[in-house]
Design a protein around this ligand. Structure first.
Ligand code: THU
Length: 161
């Protein structure tokens, strides 16, 4: 018997002003795109903007539905759009931000569990890690070099023969 250990490191910046200009630009785009979310039920508006390996920019925002489970997160809107518009092209970086009608947006929020699963699948499809930049409208910024590091012991396509 032995114990196993999973270690995960990420970078914490005090604010967007510490980022390199291309990263700051992408985060500002994600902040901006959050206004296009359709989130009348949660009032939690998420914006995600990706820079692809071919230089193209793709956006996503959460789109809710009166039938709640039909709603889809910003990250999965973005991944579906990227795969449909630019098939086979890796994603270098995704910036994710959010705003709330009646709440603060002063700290980074990480992707939900289903989105983590979708992010790791996308990485596997194109064989390239996705870098994440996470932040609210203000405050600290997290940078994670590989989205799938948020999903240890993931179930992957490797299991399906
Ligand atoms: N949401 C996202 O779009 N991305 C996440 O990573 C977390 C949650 C959305 C789903 C739902 O529309 C709202 O935020 C509240 O959960």
């Amino acid at each position: 018997m032995k114990s196993a250990n999973y270690q995960f490191s990420y970078i914490v910046y005090d604010s967007i002003s510490e980022l390199e200009p291309p990263d700051a630009w992408l985060l500002n785009e994600a902040r901006d795109v959050s206004q296009y979310a359709y989130a009348p039920y949660s009032n939690f508006l998420v914006g995600a903007v990706a820079k692809l390996a071919n230089g193209e920019i793709v956006a996503g925002s959460n789109q809710e539905n009166a039938s709640y489970p039909a709603g889809i997160c910003a990250e999965r809107v973005l991944l579906s759009t990227a795969a449909s518009m630019y098939p086979g092209i890796p994603i270098d970086t995704i910036a994710i931000s959010y705003q709330q009608a009646n709440g603060p947006s002063d700290h980074p929020v990480a992707p939900c569990g289903i989105c983590r699963q979708s992010l790791q699948e996308f990485e596997g499809r194109v064989n390239q890690p996705i870098r994440l930049i996470l932040a609210g409208m203000e405050g600290k910024v997290f940078v994670i070099e590989k989205a799938s590091s948020l999903l240890p012991l993931a179930f992957t396509q490797e299991e399906l023969l």
